[in-house]
Design a protein around this ligand. Structure first.
Ligand code: ZN
Length: 506
């Protein structure tokens, strides 16, 4: 074969892969949003079959040797080479698994998801426990096939955030614990902000009308994006011009759907803004889970919870809810959005206590994979840790161990990237604020100025570069956790008047 023929073969392979990926993405979105539960067994078996076919395409021995041969060939275009290198790395992780085992694992993940949903609905961990146990055993087996020096759990961590290990995460979380735990204690002891206005009755139809306006403000365009509703908000996509987000409306909580929408639109915008030359290729994806989460957190927390953001959007919200918010000032509203209060549910947690929710899951995952924590009684372990780290009593399984979907399909090693992503975004935002007048853009309805900055510096590259390289390219220095901790200290010290309190103490 000539080089041109090989490249053509590679192109054909990418097209076939992306066709299966698209089908599976749409089926996955459908399952999580509108598909009736009674059809799940039929759907799941066919989905597992399709996933198996994709698995065979991905691990086609002829293609693997072609990738191996061309991935470091300097005469091949640099972007193409990068794609080949990533596909090759991916294949090295999955080639050690037989197709039968892979399909069986997919089927188990589907059944386990259904069991989790049932367990959550019935508020009964024992419905989910046998599945969780099987999922963990399966993951141990599949990850055990890989070669290399990394421990099982390190391999999982590395899959979601290349280069991260338990050692690095331990250092990261210890830095957070050291400075955030005392801060959380001070905030908890301080005079609490009354945010009861956010928890009145908010008509869901009116919330949806506001959301339409907010989506426009966020530059989430119906020509490439669609929002649906689901129990557990998420974002998925088939290509750059087909991004789906979901949200969840609560009648007695006006902030929940808003903040989850801003968050998910951050994910969608990242995918949409990747250079369209990369469409259908691995390069079109976000670099890592942490990088993805950095973009959603940046939208949600570093933009969506600021006064400037609400200078534009609050009058619109008040228009829909004059009875509930007519007497609440902008300043009061923004303070309410930023209240910190140790709580049960991760996805509703404030910025300050959020990393503690992640720390709990990280500690549990480590225990599950090093054998120190069993799945039996894990709901009780969960309760103990919430008491210890956040001081809250967990009243049931639904709001405890069953709140998150992630473990049902074996996504261990994923949670830590949520905290890491929040930390990345602190550093990115600091740089963005040096380059452009973020507050002026937000208050004048020019959210696109922030989107353009992110596209130019981060989004367009997809996974052309790794997370360390992007951090250095954007900020001119490596990742530094202190941006995140300084930001939180500064924000909450001011919000709760902690400094002032200290002075009166003296
Ligand atoms: Zn997210």
């Amino acid at each position: 074969m000539t080089k041109e023929e090989k490249l053509q073969k590679y192109e054909d392979w990418l097209f076939r892969r992306s066709a299966y990926q698209m089908a599976l993405a749409v089926i996955g979105i459908d399952k999580l949003t509108v598909a009736p539960p009674a059809g799940s067994a039929y759907r799941d078996s066919r989905t597992a079959y399709l996933a198996g076919e994709l698995f065979s395409i991905q691990n086609d021995p002829e293609m693997i040797s072609l990738l191996k041969e061309m991935k470091d060939d300097p005469s091949v275009d640099a972007d193409v080479r990068r794609g080949m290198q990533l596909y090759y790395e991916e294949a090295m992780k999955t080639m050690c698994i037989s197709k039968e085992e892979y399909v069986a694992a997919r089927e188990l993940a589907n059944r386990s998801y259904d069991a989790w949903l049932k367990a959550k609905t019935e508020d009964d961990y024992s419905v989910f426990e046998p599945y969780l146990k099987q999922v963990i055993e399966t993951q141990k087996k599949l990850y055990g096939y890989r070669t290399g020096d990394l421990s099982l759990y390190d391999r999982m961590l590395d899959d979601f955030e290349p280069g991260m290990t338990q050692e690095k995460y331990d250092r990261f979380f210890n830095a957070l614990k050291e400075r955030l735990v005392p801060l959380i204690r001070k905030v908890t002891e301080a005079q609490q902000i009354d945010d009861s206005a956010l928890f009145q009755h908010y008509d869901i139809d009116a919330q949806k009308k506001f959301m339409d306006e907010l989506l426009t403000y966020l530059c989430f365009d119906p020509s490439w994006g669609y929002q649906n509703e689901t129990e557990h908000p998420f974002t998925s996509w088939t290509c750059e011009n087909d991004c789906r987000t979901t949200t969840k409306y609560l009648e007695n909580n006006v902030a929940s759907a808003i903040l989850s929408t801003v968050h998910e639109v951050g994910h969608a915008t990242y995918e949409h803004d990747v250079d369209d030359r990369y469409d259908g290729m691995i390069l079109s994806e976000g670099i890592s889970s942490g990088m993805h989460e950095s973009q959603s957190r940046l939208f949600e927390n570093y933009l969506g919870r600021t006064e400037a953001f609400w200078q534009y959007n609050y009058p619109v919200l008040q228009k829909y809810f004059p009875d509930q918010l007519g007497g609440v000032t902008l300043g009061e509203f923004v303070r309410m959005l930023n209240v910190s209060r140790p709580s049960l549910i991760r996805t509703e947690a404030d910025e300050l206590t959020y990393p503690m929710h992640i720390l709990i899951r990280y500690e549990i995952e480590k225990g599950l994979f090093n054998g120190t924590i069993p799945t039996e009684g894990l709901n009780e372990t969960w309760k103990k840790m919430y008491k210890e780290y956040l001081g809250v009593d967990v009243p049931n399984d639904r709001d405890g161990i069953l709140q998150d979907v992630h473990w049902s399909d074996g996504s261990f090693g994923y949670f830590p990237t949520y905290a890491l992503g929040s930390a990345f975004s602190a550093q990115f935002t600091a740089k963005m604020r040096q380059d452009i007048d973020v507050d002026e853009a937000l208050r004048s309805g020019r959210f696109d100025a922030c989107v353009s900055w992110l596209k130019e510096h981060i989004h367009q590259y997809g996974c052309r570069y790794n997370a360390d390289e992007i951090m250095n390219m954007v900020c001119g220095e490596p990742f530094d956790v202190n941006y995140y901790i300084d930001y939180l200290e500064d924000k909450y010290t001011k919000l709760y008047g902690l400094q002032a309190e200290k002075e009166t103490d003296r």
